[in-house]
Ligand binder design. Structure first.
Ligand code: GTP
Ligand code: MN
Ligand code: MN
Length: 380
């Protein structure tokens, strides 16, 4: 028809790691809808459905123009029947009844509130919902014993931790982490990873990767950094985990020499704040000794610290820069297309039965037979 020549026709490779996905998303209405269904599936322990919606959303994020007609989607990968139905509803009716009813459902709303608590995942939230707990007040009154992370998450810092972190906040925290690392191990290097490395302007946390150019010097670094920060009052909460290779589910077992060298610290930083924040929705919950946000000169910010030996740095950098879907697709590509196993520690070639070394992300992409995609284009 005459319309056809006006209509952009899209072509997209099937793995997200083969595509350049910037933050300039031309289809936010559609991708927000699919992301909400993905989130709802993930929170309901339906990971398969969740990934399907995430992949569909990622294809739309990679399109250079807004989709206006279903015909434009012909031949595109990863768009299943269900995702196509949601897209059609939105293009034809301006909304998807499934998305709207999910958003309004008591279950989804309760899942959002409860998993908004630091330290509470889908399983715990689901158990509480089945007990009739839908709100923070109901949780407080339920008499449930919460672990240390959950107590920090629900009673102390709920509002702060559910407010986006800005790049400016990330940079201030980066300076503090840099000072700590420099003080305990001169020459060690701190790199901003996660969403901020991909150019995002806000995030749910700030992620840093720490290494030292001399292999082995990074050993034992995390506890020292944490003590330095703790003794100066920068930490509201921290939990350091020593990563053993048994805990590393998503890749090959690492060589024995590398066991126990990869450490992670989940923390909550106390960030000095010049401006006063907005009013908290939870002032009634902060009666256990903490001042509500807006009345105090600081806010709580989630910070992830990871220490990697320099021999694994490129893999850690690639693995912790994200996005989550981009990472998942890289591992899927490696496994299905190249018979390789990729993790945040190493790349193993199953055909050659050997690890492939790399000192940069570019080398890892090259090993995988992929065109190099810079962090700002990994926003799948
Ligand atoms: P926001 O923080 O929401 O802005 O986005 P983000 O992309 O920074 O997400 P997040 O901080 O959750 O994770 C950053 C990257 O670290 C993602 O690529 C994750 O896949 C990766 N990541 C998170 N947790 C783990 C983990 O336990 N092990 C490994 N290997 N990677 C992880
Ligand atoms: Mn992050
Ligand atoms: Mn993180």
């Amino acid at each position: 028809t005459g319309q056809d020549k006006e209509m952009a026709v899209f072509s997209v490779p099937s793995y997200a790691c083969q595509r350049r996905t910037t933050l300039d998303n031309q289809n936010t209405t559609l991708t927000d809808a699919l992301s909400l269904l993905a989130e709802n599936a993930e929170l309901s322990d339906e990971d398969g459905r969740g990934v399907a919606f995430r992949r569909a959303a990622a294809v739309l994020k990679a399109l250079p123009k807004p989709v206006t007609d279903m015909a434009q989607l012909r031949g595109l990968p990863c768009l299943g029947e269900h995702s196509l139905r949601v897209i059609r509803d939105i293009l034809e009716n301006g909304m998807s009844s499934e998305v709207e009813s999910t958003k309004q459902s008591e279950r989804y709303k309760a899942l959002k509130v409860l998993t908004g608590i630091f330290g509470v995942g889908a399983k715990t939230a689901d158990r509480w919902i089945r007990e009739g707990i839908h709100t923070l007040h109901q949780l407080r009154d339920s008499g449930h014993t919460l672990n240390r992370a959950q107590q920090a998450g629900v009673f102390l810092h709920y509002d702060d931790l559910n407010r986006p972190v800005s790049k400016a906040d990330a940079d201030i925290i980066g300076e503090t982490v840099g000072k700590a690392v420099d003080a305990v191990l001169p020459g060690a290097q701190v790199t901003l990873i996660g969403g901020f490395r991909r150019g995002k302007l806000t995030g749910h946390d700030v992620d840093f990767l720490i290494t030292h150019p001399e292999e082995g010097r990074e050993e034992g670094l995390m506890p020292k950094v944490v003590s330095w920060l703790e003794s100066r009052g920068f930490l509201l909460y921290q939990k350091t985990t020593r990563n053993s290779y048994l805990e590393c589910k998503d890749g090959p077992a690492r060589p024995p020499s590398n066991i126990d060298r990869f450490e992670r610290c989940l923390s909550i930083f106390k960030l000095a704040n010049e401006e006063t924040g907005g009013t908290t929705q939870l002032e009634t919950l902060t009666e256990n000794g903490t001042e509500p946000a807006g009345h105090r000169p600081w806010r709580a910010v989630r910070v992830d610290l990871v220490v990697s030996p320099v021999s694994q740095f490129a893999f850690a950098l690639l693995g912790w820069t994200g996005s989550k879907l981009f990472e998942r697709e890289l591992r899927r590509w490696a496994g299905y297309e190249k018979a390789m196993s990729l993790s945040s520690h190493a790349l193993y070639d199953n055909k050659q039965s050997r690890y492939l070394r790399a000192t940069s992300e570019e080398e890892i992409f090259a090993h995988l037979g992929l065109e190099y995609i810079p962090p700002s284009e990994r926003n799948a």
